[in-house]
Design a protein around this ligand. Sequence first.
Ligand SMILES: [Zn+2]
Length: 439
Amino acid sequence: MTRILITHADIITLDAAGTILRNADVAIDGERIVAVGQAPAGFQPDATLDARNHVLLPGFVNAHTHAPMTFERGWAEDLPLDRWFNERVWVVESQLTDEDVYWGAMLAAAEMIRGGTVAFGDHYFYMDRVAEAAEQAGLRALLAWCVFGEENNIGADLPRTVDFVQRWQGTAGGRIRTILGPHSPYMCEPRFLARSAAVAARLGVGIHIHLAESQQQVDNSLAKHDRSPVELLEANGVFDVPTIAAHCIYVNAIDQAILASRGVTVVQCPNCHMKLGMGVTPVPALLAQGVNVALGTDGTASSNDLNMLKEARLAALIQKLHHADPEAMPGDLPLRMATQNGARALGWPDSGAIVPGMLADLILLDCDRPHWRPRYDLVANLLHSAQAGDVSHVMVAGRWLMQDRRLVTLDEERILWEAERRALALVGQELAIVRKYQG
Ligand SMILES: [Zn+2]
């Protein structure tokens, strides 16, 4: 067990009271924080970090992404959702190999660590390789192998994803968790959704799914099933297991009440929603009803980066603009969505606050830079002035993944080379449409 003492840090604790500490210490023993403020008497650290001129806070949790899609960064620009899927994203994925997934995920891992992310909720294909990447990077991950239905899948059908869930559950010292990943109510038949829910219940795991991304999806669902997408999931038992639902943009009052009463976590992806012109998740209304709302980047084919600091900032700005109300999403609320709300959704309720007893999943940002001065309000500086490149240190479970901007666990040079080479080779092949998005 390694004992680490971090001294002289300015700390955004994100505890229940929103406490900010100046020039304070954090003591870490093994994977947990044991003291905040002052080290306990007799605490003998194996290593000490002087964090003067650094802000320390819980690491970011990217609650909805498709990490390996880094190879599609810049591949699907300025297109509406149907053409984005049909002409670009699902076309290149026709040639996807597990090796592409691995290097895409490794590139994502390097980017996530550099931006201060400590955990991610991933939804993609060939997920054994994403698990390998998360294990090697030292990140926490909740992994779902995406399936579309009984056929036309990539790499695995539902029974094979069950094997994946069992193979990786609780591995990497508990850093990797698994869950089922039916794609969405618009791609999966109701019978398949019900089957997925039953299988998840039997396995004792949850479901990570896309939900209510466009008005057209709602209209089609009503025409086909006489139910909104939310009602369709409810009727097919999906919400009987813990559910993470990405997007939830087009959810009316009835839908919102269902999400609240069934304890569904909603993941807003503001960068993606803005870039694809999708709309605005009614976050203030959902929060008022007690819904756990987290933040995600979605894949880099839509958001182009895995920058959770930017998502937190956009989560504040998009609601202020949408409601023409500068008081919307005040204070540290966007930071809580970007950290502890995501940690809770991914299965680590004991992560996301700098409090004794919590997991030592934390980051430091170098605030000895022009855009950080003056430092009246550290939360405002962090949310509205900081840059992802200010992140200097990242710790997960008491282990440094980045120190002084140096990646500890990953060979970044090799990752950049492999990822770029494979991405160019992938899109250079003969590509075919594998399935069709109809909303
Ligand atoms: Zn997504």
